[in-house]
Structures are given as structure tokens and as C-alpha cells.
Design a protein around this ligand. Structure first.
Ligand code: ZN
Length: 302
């Protein structure tokens, strides 16, 4: 049995390498519940969800971290968003028949964007890389190379029941006295890093999906000195709200909203992430545009 919906950190006591393990069970099933994804799209989304949770664990922020994969291919958009509380939501869009293929083929040589935004809007970071690797894990590794410059390796696995991932990251070793000593430490560090990466590479997808954190550490690193931290719970949660959807109605404009109302008895907007339907009747719509008229500066839609 594995650990349910958790994100767990571990560190190697004798050399500067850290790791994260993520398992999504119920949270993954809730995330895909309302979406009839083709298997290949669902798998790409599952891998992206696991990878985004791992990435979010390595970043300090209070707000949202958003991964977006966009391209002209059959799976033209994939969005995953994780908060610092480990809430996750995600959606993928596709067109036509999607054949199995690499991420490069699915997205059609698209790009991957990572945006980290603090809730108080005081800071925003965005990194964009072209998708060059065959797998999502390779694109993430490229992202880490270009943005954080920390050697990072990633493994992800998914199916209809769950998603799981492992991340290993080599951290800078502390400054030492002499250049010679530094060189020795770097060489030793290379050896340790290569060894743990090689061990991790022997892990199968089935093992990644099914082993508990303790079984996993025993299976891979029983000869290493590893400290496992307490797990953080991971859960599916959508951040859509009436206020946010009101902004979408406002962005339609009074004319279009009135036109929709003439055809149907309400303006209905369904959240793509959680499938919740938000309804605005004639009175709601009138009050939105009344307030919009009164506001000197219209609110920016988020
Ligand atoms: Zn929602």
C-alpha cells in the first residue's frame, strides 16, 4: 500500500542532495472526474500534475505556481496549478484524434511556461522554455537547468487511478577553505550524485506508483543515510469563485451578456477545472454592469 495523497521530502545526510516523492490518488481521480480525456492526454496531464507538485516543493512562494504547456499540436493546451498548501487543479485541451507520442509530438513543438505568483501580487516570476525533450520529465530537467542551475532529475508515472513522481536535486555544497579542498569535495559530490541518480533510474513506473515512501527508500537507497520528513497532504481544490467568474461576465460586455440572456434565461459559465456551473440571471447581469458603469476604473480581469 502506498501513502495516499502526499508530498514528502527526504535528504541525504552525508552529501547535499535532496529528494521529493509525490503520490496522488483521490486528488488525481477528482481532478479528472468530469473530463473524458483520451488516455494519452490523461497520461500527459497526470505526468504534468506529478511534476508540477514536485517543482512546487522546490520553490518558496505563497500563492500559485502554474505550469502551462502550449503548442500547435493535438494536445494544444495543458495547465496545472498548485498552491503552497499543496492544493492542485489542472486541465488539458485537445482536438481531433490524439495518437500516442512524445510530449514534443503531442504539443507540436510547443513551449512550457512556469509562472509563480504570490497571492498579494507583490512578486511574479515567469520562466519559458521550448519543449525539446521527448518526455515531460526531460523538459522539466531542462527547465531546472536553465532557471535554477541545480542538477535535477525527475521520474513520473501515472494511470487512471493515480499519479506519482520522484525528484532528486543536487544542492550547492558549502564554501570550503582552499581551492584544492573545493575540488576534492566537488569530485566526491559528483560521485555521490551519479550514484543516487543511477539507483533511482532502476525504479520502475509500477514501483513508483505502488511503493510507500519507506518501502521506496529501502528499495533504492538502503545503503545510504537518508532522512525522511513528515508528509504534506496533497488535495484537489479549485480556486474558481463567484467574484472571478463575475469578471469573466464583465469581460463579455453588456451587449453580449444581454444577447445571451435573450436566448436563454441565464448566463452560465462552467469552470474548466472543476466543472462547476456558475449562473447569472438577468438581475445578476444588470447589477454587474451597473457596478461596472459606476466604477471609475474597471477592474483588471484575473
Ligand atoms: Zn472551478
Amino acid at each position: 500500500m502506498r501513502d495516499g495523497d502526499t508530498l514528502q521530502r527526504f535528504i541525504f545526510e552525508k552529501f547535499p542532495v535532496r529528494g521529493y516523492l509525490v503520490h496522488l490518488d483521490a486528488s488525481w481521480r477528482a481532478l479528472i472526474e468530469h473530463h473524458p480525456y483520451p488516455e494519452v492526454v490523461r497520461n500527459a496531464l497526470g505526468e504534468a500534475v506529478a511534476a508540477t507538485m514536485l517543482l512546487s516543493a522546490t520553490v518558496k512562494y505563497e500563492g500559485t505556481l502554474t505550469l502551462q504547456v502550449q503548442g500547435p499540436g493535438p494536445m494544444h493546451l495543458l495547465v496545472v496549478q498548485a498552491t503552497e498548501r499543496r492544493a492542485v487543479r489542472g486541465v488539458a485541451r485537445w482536438r481531433g484524434e490524439v495518437k500516442a507520442g512524445s510530449l514534443l509530438e503531442l504539443s507540436g513543438e510547443g513551449k512550457m511556461t512556469v509562472t509563480v505568483e504570490n497571492s498579494d501580487h507583490t512578486s511574479r516570476y515567469q520562466g519559458i522554455i521550448p519543449i525539446t525533450g521527448a518526455t515531460l520529465a526531460e523538459s522539466f530537467e531542462e527547465y531546472f537547468r536553465s532557471s535554477e542551475q541545480l542538477p535535477t532529475k525527475l521520474w513520473v508515472a501515472t494511470n487512471g487511478e493515480g499519479a506519482a513522481g520522484l525528484l532528486l536535486q543536487r544542492l550547492p555544497s558549502g564554501a570550503r577553505a582552499s581551492a584544492e579542498e573545493n575540488e576534492d569535495i566537488a569530485a566526491e559530490g559528483d560521485e555521490d550524485w551519479n550514484r543516487v541518480v543511477q539507483l533511482a533510474a532502476t525504479l520502475t513506473s509500477a514501483e513508483l506508483m505502488s511503493l510507500t515512501s519507506i518501502e521506496f527508500l529501502h528499495r533504492l537507497f538502503h545503503e545510504e543515510d537518508v532522512r525522511l520528513h513528515e508528509p504534506d497532504p496533497v488535495f484537489f481544490q479549485c480556486t474558481c469563485s463567484r467574484e472571478r467568474v463575475t469578471n469573466i461576465v464583465r469581460s463579455l460586455g453588456n451587449d453580449e451578456a444581454t444577447e445571451i440572456l435573450a436566448e436563454r434565461d441565464c448566463v452560465e459559465i462552467t469552470c474548466e477545472f472543476c466543472n462547476r456551473a456558475w449562473r447569472f440571471d438577468a438581475v445578476d447581469v444588470a447589477s454587474i454592469f451597473l457596478r461596472a458603469d459606476m466604477a471609475a476604473v474597471p477592474k483588471i480581469i484575473q
